[in-house]
Design a protein around this ligand. Structure first.
Ligand code: USQ
Length: 400
């Protein structure tokens, strides 16, 4: 299959390029390297060393004998997307080219506008290019479990049956996201659902939980094939941050009461799920939704798991809750379905603690890189629009 990956330089994009190429798919991708700039803007860097795309592609060839085509390209420019489609003729388009950060979208009007325009317009351009140039192509769009928010009822996979005033219908499940970033994903989902209806596009919208992990087997031992791993307040997810904190002896930082629940899955299982969705595409006119995560934990359970696994590796770990810079429920019901991918054959490869162990061992090699950016572990971006470092709830001084 000819697969085009929008956002091929990112955490998921670079991993997926390798995973698909290793399975015999023809891979091409584009990226404007904005993620590298955003993380720099946060004063941080990837915990794993990452080389420029040119070197990544050379390493893929040298180490694995595999090739991928690449364009440095701005997907907000329709003429650029058209040019790529005319050259590559994709059978499938994976959209991983969005700004993925809730905090970044809450900084100020400029960041909020940037995130929504970037995410909505790039999705639009891919949809229109499929309609006009590759109408049979399957669009695999990365959504997020955060689109649903945390309702006090079970969460289905996209749609639910509802009876209201004596009548029944199958309707999209309500979206109640918690940031302008998560809202940008809802806008993308709505636009794609509409395009499937009116143009008979085929699309899969993946509501992905929090992905973690430093590697997939396809990266082997060549350091140049590693994907990035962020730990700053905007681009580092809670679990990746907790693991980075553990390796440098920084307290783990659940926010507020720390009972926010989320679904988690290892990077290698995210690759397996995305590939299953590609190899079993939606039908023309079908807009389907997959909830993609393995296990649900609350943030305190997660921190306890990181502590337990880190201690097995000889690390000493403390957990100190921080004041919550976000506006979110800190204790709530959370029970999302996740059957669709299992029905396609998804089998989790590693349990969460086994994957954490691999990740912590990897990160210990890069301790100095994390230590050098220690200050980014305490957040400043607040949902009320102000920006100043949050405090430890225990009364302990920040940085202690
Ligand atoms: N959190 C902490 N301590 C930290 C960092 C975060 O308690 O040091 C809490 C947050 O307050 C939140 C939860 O952990 O309640 C998850 O935060 P996160 O930063 O790990 O994840 P989130 O902002 O929800 O976004 C991440 C990705 C995003 C993806 C989403 C999937 O950045 O691209 O869409 O995970 S999900 O969380 O299921 O919506």
């Amino acid at each position: 299959m000819r697969v085009f990956i929008a956002g091929m330089d990112g955490y998921l994009g670079w991993s997926l390029a390798q995973y698909l190429a290793a399975r015999g798919h023809q891979v091409a991708g584009a990226d404007l390297f904005l993620r590298r700039q955003w993380v720099e803007e946060m004063g941080s860097c990837s915990a794993t060393p990452i080389v420029p795309m040119k070197e990544r592609l050379a390493a893929l060839k040298e180490s694995r004998g595999l090739e991928a085509k690449f364009w440095e390209a701005d997907l907000r420019d329709y003429s650029v997307v058209e040019r790529i489609f005319k050259e590559f003729h994709p059978d499938a388009v994976v959209h991983l080219g969005e700004c993925p950060s809730a905090p970044y979208s809450m900084v100020d009007v400029h960041h909020a506008t940037f995130v929504q325009v970037n995410n909505v317009v790039s999705t639009f351009n891919l949809m229109f290019a499929i309609r006009d140039l590759q109408p049979e192509a399957h669009l695999l769009k990365l959504g997020t479990m955060g689109e649903y928010g945390t309702p006090n009822v079970d969460i289905p996979e996209g749609f639910f049956e509802i009876e209201y005033r004596g009548r029944r219908d199958r309707m999209p499940f309500p979206r109640q996201p918690g940031s302008f970033y998560h809202l940008s994903k809802v806008h993308g989902s709505n636009n794609i659902m509409f395009a499937c209806k009116v143009w008979k596009l085929r699309a899969t919208d993946v509501m992905q939980g929090v992905v973690f992990g430093t590697r997939i087997d396809e990266m082997g031992s060549d350091e140049r094939l590693l994907t990035r791993l962020d730990f700053d307040e905007s681009f580092g997810t809670a679990i990746n941050r907790f693991c980075c904190q553990a390796v440098i002896g920084h307290p783990l930082t659940p926010f507020g009461r720390g009972h926010q629940k989320r679904g988690f899955l290892p990077l290698r299982d995210s690759m397996q799920c995305l590939t299953l969705a590609l190899e079993n595409p939606a039908q023309p006119g079908e807009y389907r939704v997959f909830n993609q995560f393995e296990e649900v934990y609350d943030l305190t359970e997660l921190a306890e798991k990181v502590r337990r696994v880190a201690e097995q590796l000889g690390l000493k770990v403390e957990i100190h809750n921080l004041e919550n810079p976000r506006k979110e429920m800190e204790e709530h019901y959370y029970k999302p379905d996740h059957q669709n991918l299992r029905d396609l054959g998804y089998k989790p490869t590693h349990d969460v603690e086994a994957e954490m162990k691999i990740m912590l061992a990897d990160l210990m090699k890069y301790r100095d890189r994390i230590e050098g950016k220690r200050e980014v572990l305490i957040p400043k971006i607040r949902w009320d629009g102000t920006s100043h470092k949050v405090e430890y709830l225990s009364g302990q001084a920040v940085g202690a």
